[in-house]
Ligand binder design. Structure first.
Ligand SMILES: C[S@@+](CC[C@H](N)C(=O)[O-])C[C@H]1O[C@@H](n2cnc3c(N)ncnc32)[C@H](O)[C@@H]1O
Length: 284
């Protein structure tokens, strides 16, 4: 008999349960865009009032959250195809089950999150010898110690950077660029307008209050990310994959839709040049 684990997360850490819930709702559909039985199983095993807290899973939102995860999966798969023994560092990983969706049996996987969500993760997910859990605030640099960067590094930050202050985001990107020459980083952002709405108490689709998201970025600003550190050699858009129905059709084409062009969530991939280009600003 399995014992349900009580999830008692508050504030920003609680959002790890929100994104899990939406991915699981999408994954449970027979026509899902994101097969993920482990996420479905987790939601059944965790004792948390998902429906009450979030007002139920809206199918469009569940698919949108799943398409974001699928976009990240694509970047991780490409990285592992080029660096089969490489290290994926998942910042703010929460209860994401991406490892089990993309693992190639050889990669090293490092999960970094705050102590409470990480403790919940370690109780409900089985971590193997290639997985390491680090309880650390990403605004500190402690998590960088002991990372094996010899066979390539990809840093992911899915659903994380919007919760940091703009200067903290720049510092984190610069630190990664300096610490992982030849590596890359992928993260998603909300628009400036959406960020502003959350700072004035905006509610989510289920009527729950969204935590403030101090950092927002519009597509026209993306290229400025290069100024965070001289080792940043490439800044690229990661289009959402196509999905199901109207939303799924629109997702990869959002940049061409006038109403969405400037005000939409984005996924961005950065590449870091080699050691010669990296300056002291990025040293942890
Ligand atoms: C919206 S959830 C995203 C979780 C997961 N990446 C996903 O996409 O489902 C935000 C996550 O970031 C973590 N987080 C927020 N601020 C953080 C910080 N300063 N340092 C480390 N983790 C942080 C939270 O604990 C939470 O797990």
């Amino acid at each position: 008999m399995s014992v349900r684990v009580t999830a008692d997360l508050k504030g920003v850490p609680e959002t790890a349960l929100w994104t899990l819930y939406h991915r699981a709702a999408e994954a449970a559909r027979p026509d899902t865009v994101l097969p993920d039985p482990r996420a479905v199983q987790l939601v059944a095993e965790v004792d948390f009032p998902f429906g009450e807290r979030l007002g139920g899973a809206r199918p469009w939102l569940a698919q949108a959250v799943a398409l974001r995860a699928l976009g990240f999966d694509g970047v991780v798969r490409d990285f592992l195809a080029a660096h089969p023994d490489g290290t994926v560092i998942a910042l703010g990983e929460g209860l994401e089950t991406q490892f089990w969706r993309v693992d190639n049996g050889r990669a090293q996987w490092v999960t970094v999150d705050l102590a409470e969500p990480l403790a919940l993760r370690s109780r409900i997910l089985p971590h193997g010898t290639r997985q390491r859990l680090i309880a650390c605030d990403v605004r500190e640099r402690r998590w960088m110690a002991g990372i094996d960067a010899a066979r390539g590094v990809l840093v992911t930050a899915q659903g994380l950077l919007m919760y940091l202050q703009p200067a903290q985001v720049t510092e984190l990107i610069a630190a990664c660029a300096g610490a992982f020459p030849g590596g890359s980083m992928v993260f998603d952002t909300v628009s400036r307008r959406f960020s502003a709405r959350t700072r004035t108490g905006a509610k989510g689709p289920g009527g729950h209050r969204l935590p403030p998201m101090p950092w927002g970025m519009d597509a026209v600003e993306r290229d400025r990310l290069r100024t965070a550190h001289p080792a940043i050699s490439d800044v690229a858009d990661v289009p959402l994959p196509a999905g199901r129905g109207f939303l799924g059709h629109l997702a990869p084409r959002a940049a061409a839709v006038p109403l969405l062009r400037g005000d939409r969530p984005l996924i961005t991939r950065l590449r870091f040049g080699t050691a010669a280009a990296a300056g002291p600003a990025g040293r942890p």
